[in-house]
Write a protein that binds this ligand. Structure first.
Ligand code: OSB
Ligand code: MG
Length: 379
């Protein structure tokens, strides 16, 4: 079976809108309703794989959106997938190479191929990826809060739930003083900050004050497309810099590490174009002694399941942002939901991504559905 090529018979795009339990605020603004695509992919044997796109409705995090995903998948990527059989999921990113960027669209489809491949081989996805951990440690990402009192209360809740690391979103005007209060109340927790590109080199003295707070790292302080200024900042900062938005590929990771722009990398499967590229970055960072962790994009269950599988690789040595389903959703689209207990997720042992799809819940959130086959695409 492992050697029999996968012939994709049908790709279904389910467009969903899911409401977050609580609004999430970053340096770019607040949002509550998440619109995204779920990819369902069926092969010639009737096996089914699932993927999830992490693009948002508006291009605040990167240039991709739900709508650009549809255009790129429908017009370019799905036809490439249906063209001819695929020997191995690693082939998918190569097949997509003629299409520039659009990594989240690529990753959503590639993720479905990986799940399908693992299911055809009756093997858990994490094992197919080469992962070994049976459980993974996770932290939580906390949006910007109105006051330090609110923030301390929220942190306290998640500390009590057992999350292993607290990440606090910051922006100018909601940074040092807020973090200082958190540190004062919780002297021993693993604490970090994520700026989502809200600062420039003009803020160096402010950013240097953060060195007092014993932060594990500061994530993406400077521009989303920069690695040069980050290298300058890292040379004067004791706190390790972690890059998120700036890293779209193995090549980006290599260059950033070579010039000293960061000491840690946040790997997001969607941002880097899929699991194959995530593994390449992981392997490179392992060679270089660069710690990595798995970032989050407020995913529903399918994206979350893929994050869990990836995090079982050995260089994911820091707790990631893959919190439990119930932190985000009233009802998640998978069964069982992703459960975090004492800051730990038990990695499922079932074939593929390890969680079933809850069709009823998925359909309750669905606003559109399109089916693509070789016939209707070529017609
Ligand atoms: O910068 O890591 C980020 C959410 C949306 C977009 C970007 C980011 C985030 C988070 C939350 O920090 C991660 C999560 O809980 O999924
Ligand atoms: Mg980030």
């Amino acid at each position: 079976m492992a050697n029999k090529p996968i012939s994709i018979r049908e790709v279904t795009l389910h467009r969903l809108v899911m409401r977050l339990k609580d609004p999430f605020t970053t340096s770019f603004g607040t949002f509550q309703d998440k619109e995204f695509y779920v990819i369902e992919m069926e092969d010639e044997t009737g096996a089914i794989g699932f993927g999830e796109s992490v693009a948002f409705s508006s291009p605040w995090y990167s240039e991709e959106t739900v709508e650009t995903n549809k255009h790129i998948m429908e017009q370019f990527l799905i036809p490439l997938l249906l063209e001819s059989p695929i020997e191995h999921p690693d082939e998918v990113s190569k097949r997509f190479e003629p299409i520039r960027r659009n990594n989240m669209a690529k990753s959503a489809l590639e993720g479905a191929v990986w799940d399908l491949y693992a299911k055809r081989n009756h093997t858990p996805l994490y094992q197919v990826l080469g992962g070994t951990k049976r459980q993974i440690d996770v932290g939580i990402s906390i949006g910007i809060q109105p006051t330090a009192t609110d923030l301390v209360r929220v942190v306290d809740g998640f500390v009590n739930e057992g999350y292993k690391r607290m990440k606090i979103k910051i922006k100018p005007g909601s940074d040092y003083e807020m973090l200082k209060e958190v540190r004062r109340h919780f002297p021993d927790i693993l604490l970090m900050a994520d700026a989502n590109s809200a600062y420039t080199l003009e803020d160096i003295s402010l950013l240097k004050r953060l060195d007092d707070l014993d932060l594990m790292m500061i994530e993406q302080p400077l521009a989303h497309d920069d690695i040069i200024d980050h290298a300058k900042l890292q040379s004067v900062l004791e706190t390790p810099i972690c890059l998120d938005e700036s890293i779209h590929s193995y090549e980006d990771a290599r260059k950033a590490v070579e010039i000293g722009s960061c000491q840690i990398i946040n790997i997001k499967i969607g941002r880097v174009g899929g699991l194959s590229e995530s593994k390449k970055i992981h392997d490179y960072c392992a060679e270089q002694g660069i710690a990595v962790w798995c970032g989050g994009m407020l995913e529903a269950g399918i994206g979350r399941a893929h994050n869990v599988a990836l995090t079982t690789l050995p260089q994911f040595i820091l707790p990631g942002d893959t919190a439990g389903s119930s932190r985000y959703w009233e009802n998640d689209i998978i069964d069982p939901e992703v459960i975090v207990k004492n800051g730990v997720i038990q990695v499922p042992d079932k074939p593929g991504m390890g969680y079933e799809i809850n069709r009823e819940v998925l359909e309750s959130y669905r606003v559109d559905r399109q089916v693509y086959t070789r016939k209707n695409i070529l017609a």
